[in-house]
Design a protein around this ligand. Structure first.
Ligand code: KIV
Length: 290
């Protein structure tokens, strides 16, 4: 049974009264780049909850339910322990909270690498349980056959090359990729293989700028950069990083706000009022009817 249903916005606490707006589609995203030329850059952010999706949706072309939720939401040390259950539940919440952006859900580590059949089973489960439109998986040439298998069976796939966090144990860390000729050649080859296999877009993460530009010029589908180049066909960031929720973020993150400070100051005011018994006041208490 699908867990997805429309929010009752007339009664819900989260009441953004969304404007009726047709949801974008994967073919429309793919068509933003034609004959090697892209129009307006694609805007993508991560989202993990319904309320977050409601706030981001009208500004974004794509919402990514990233497996970065392992670190951001669950406090895990990496994305490796993230499960299909976690991804399906958060993706369903994001779909419920959005009506405009294409929702893409990350396939977690261990759910797709063994075989194309395993990948289909996992991806189908994610889409059935969440109603998201597409999946994202990490890896290049080694994943091309899987990408073709899924794409040919009705599952749109976004690729992810360069710094691929699920491979942290093989890469030895989260440093930028593409500094050596061999590494650069591999990244370009990986992106081309995914494009030829039918990926509708490719995330290019943590690579030196000339390689991000070379990849963008070399493939027919849009590239979405993160720590890559403004010349990519779109950009993505982890929302909590760009809002300033964390002290430590990668160098490529621009912090547009300092939400952590706002939250801390607000909670300090609440704590003071509770301790001084000035909250709740008469505005927030019920009295018997006279
Ligand atoms: O999991 C994630 O949030 C991602 C983005 C950083 C691209 O894969």
């Amino acid at each position: 049974m699908s867990t997805t249903f429309q929010l009752d916005t007339s009664t819900s606490r989260a009441n953004p009264t969304p404007q009726p707006m047709k949801r974008l589609t994967v073919p429309k995203i793919r068509a933003r780049k034609t004959d090697g030329q892209s129009g307006e850059p694609l805007v993508m952010l991560t989202a993990y909850t319904a309320r977050q999706a409601q706030l981001l949706d009208e500004h974004c072309d794509l919402l990514l339910v990233g497996d970065s939720l392992g670190q951001v939401i669950y406090g895990l040390p990496s994305t490796i322990p993230v499960t299909l259950d976690m991804m399906a539940n958060h993706a369903a919440a994001v779909v419920r909270g959005s009506y405009h952006a294409v929702v893409v859900v990350d396939m977690p580590f261990g759910s797709y690498e063994a075989s194309k059949e395993q990948a289909f089973e996992s991806a189908a489960r994610l889409l059935k349980e969440s109603n998201a439109a597409a999946v994202k998986l990490e890896g290049g040439e080694a994943m091309a056959e899987t990408v073709a298998f899924l794409s040919g069976r009705g599952i749109p796939v976004m690729g992810h090359v360069g710094l691929t966090p699920q491979a942290v144990n093989s890469l030895g860390g989260y440093g930028a990729r593409g500094r050596s000729d061999a590494e650069a050649e591999k990244i370009v080859g990986d992106a081309k293989a995914l494009d030829e296999a039918g990926a509708f877009a490719v995330v290019v993460e943590g690579v030196v700028e000339p390689i991000a530009i070379e990849v963008t010029n070399a493939i027919s589908c849009p590239t979405i950069g993160i720590g890559a180049s403004a010349k990519c066909d779109g950009q993505v960031l982890v929302t909590e990083d760009m809002l300033g929720m964390f002290e430590r973020v990668p160098r490529f993150v621009k912090r547009y706000e300092n939400i952590a400070k706002t939250i801390s100051q607000t909670v300090a005011r609440y704590a003071d009022e509770v301790r001084s018994r000035s909250f709740p006041s008469s505005d927030q208490t019920y009295q018997p009817k006279s």
